[in-house]
Ligand binder design. Structure first.
Ligand code: AMP
Length: 483
């Protein structure tokens, strides 16, 4: 963190308020370089790790610069995975909340029609994965004609996942007059070539990690036979007794097996892999982030870029075949300069992968003896006590921001010709309510959702019980869903 604060950038008070309620006291290093450059419309190549505050680095100036009046999308953010799309959408939504910005997340394995409806409404920023975005562009359901900002996030991961061609197919459809930002943890040559082709005289920002994950995280390994891994896992988790732990496996099948075994042993546990329904994946991630359970068994789907704080222990039940995956996996612990611990299981057949990883991180992963039966037994009671107590629930990032916002539902929508202006008109007639107290309004077919800001939700809710909207009294209630 630097000594300066966000007031030095000429940001609107709506943004400064959101930044304050998100508890961002001063800009991180990457934000200090990127925010002013984007505000002055520069193309930028950003080499920076996740955890550096890089999402807010582009989200803050983009939220500042987009024009609220314009109904068509003005910024497009490309991410390699659905989870990252959802996460970036949430960050942009939180930052743009008091400016009432609409941010859509568009990704595969989710209803095209629902997304089409969302895109038909006012949308300022679209975040999505390349494949589904191309579908929308091809079918004309995403209008790119007003895109002024393009962000390519986690570009090296896009390359690994074979998405570069898709990105190259998206770019010619966007206006030439635009600002382009590319973010990547590493800069392989293909990314450099891509940048050369799509950017104008880009600024290069490189943030060296000051205290890299590999130094911050205690790393140990255990030699084990394949058939003995489950027992070792149970022994080590009993001894370590972590508050929260991620267990990584290389295949969905192993995730299913390990998960089933831990459930049998009453672990507070969930699983995550690419074979699961999208909705389930997102809710598992959300619940883990909120600390509703302690153990998450996952494939690499969950390793990359996701911002989950305070994981105490990472276990590589299977050693990763790819050395970069090792860094991403262990990086789930020891976030933002905290200490963490990572244990890796190594079988006879894994020695080559172990050597690759050790060469890559430039040090040896310490070899440990498995815990003795007596030690495991001694740890048992404490372990059982912890497993039977609910974890501490963590506040979501936007919690403070949401505290003063109420979402309200009205049982009338487009089918009865309800329009945002009808809502605004009614609300502004309530004494004590002005336009600045009204947040995002979303008119659907038979319902309307809107936000009331500044702790005035209860007042509005009460008044609307007796105040007609568009000529009739409506059923008005507090909504618990996000929109
Ligand atoms: P990212 O690198 O985008 O994954 O961000 C890592 C974490 O840092 C996220 O939880 C952000 O909410 C948080 N963050 C971003 N900017 C700041 C800031 N200026 N001060 C404190 N936390 C921040």
């Amino acid at each position: 963190m630097s000594n300066s604060n966000f007031d030095t950038y000429q940001l609107s008070h709506e943004l400064l308020k959101a930044i304050r309620l998100l508890n961002f006291n001063s800009p991180t290093q990457v934000q200090e370089q990127v925010i002013p450059a984007v505000l002055s419309q520069k193309d930028i190549i950003i080499k920076s790790q996740t955890g550096s505050g890089k999402t807010a680095a582009f989200a803050i100036p983009i939220c500042e610069l987009v024009d609220w009046e314009q109904n068509k999308p003005q910024a497009l953010v490309l991410t390699p995975t659905r989870e990252l799309a959802v996460q970036a959408r949430e960050d942009l939504f939180n930052i743009g909340r008091f400016k009432r910005l609409k941010v859509a997340a568009i990704y595969g394995k989710y209803s095209f029609q629902v997304q089409e409806k969302v895109l038909r409404q006012k949308t300022h920023v679209v975040v999505g994965t390349p494949g589904r975005l191309i579908d929308h562009l091809e079918r004309g359901t995403l209008d790119p004609s007003h895109i002024r900002y393009l962000v390519i996030d986690e570009a090296d991961e896009m390359l690994n996942m074979g998405f570069i061609e898709q990105i190259e197919a998206i770019i010619p459809r966007l206006p030439l007059e635009r600002v382009t930002l590319l973010l990547s943890a590493t800069m392989p040559q293909d990314i450099d070539v891509l940048c050369h082709n799509i950017m104008k005289d880009p600024l290069r920002v490189e943030i060296e990690e000051q205290n890299p994950a590999t130094d911050r995280i205690a790393q140990e390994r255990y030699h084990v036979n394949e058939s003995d891994k489950i027992q070792l896992l149970e022994d080590l988790t009993r001894v370590e007794n972590p508050d929260s732990c991620m267990i990584f496996c290389n295949t969905k099948q192993t995730v299913d097996e390990v998960y089933a075994e831990l459930v049998k042993q009453n672990y507070s546990c969930e699983k995550l892999h690419g074979g699961m329904e999208q909705r389930d994946r997102l809710s598992v991630m959300q619940d883990f982030r909120h600390g509703l359970f302690r153990y998450l068994v996952a494939t690499d789907v969950a390793a990359r870029g996701l911002d989950i704080e305070d994981i105490t222990l990472v276990i590589n039940y299977d050693i990763p075949y790819d050395k970069e995956s090792y860094i991403h996996r262990i990086g789930r612990t020891g976030r933002v300069n905290k200490l963490g611990k990572a244990l890796t299981f190594v079988t006879e057949n894994d020695v080559k992968f172990l050597n690759d990883i050790q060469d890559y991180i430039g040090k040896e992963i310490i070899l440990k003896e498995r815990p003795k039966a007596k030690t495991v037994l001694e740890a048992k009671q404490e372990f059982i006590t912890k497993i039977n107590t609910l974890p501490e629930i963590k506040e979501s990032k936007g919690a403070q921001l949401s505290a003063e916002i109420m979402k309200i539902h009205v049982n009338a929508g487009k089918k009865t010709k309800m329009r945002p202006v009808d809502i605004v008109g009614t609300l502004c007639n309530i004494p004590g309510i002005t336009a600045v107290d009204i947040g995002v309004i979303n008119v659907l077919d038979v319902s309307t959702f809107f936000e009331i800001l500044n702790n005035k939700g209860e007042l509005v809710l009460q008044e609307l019980q007796n105040t007609p909207i568009k000529g009739r009294l409506r059923k008005v209630s507090k909504a618990d869903r996000q929109f």
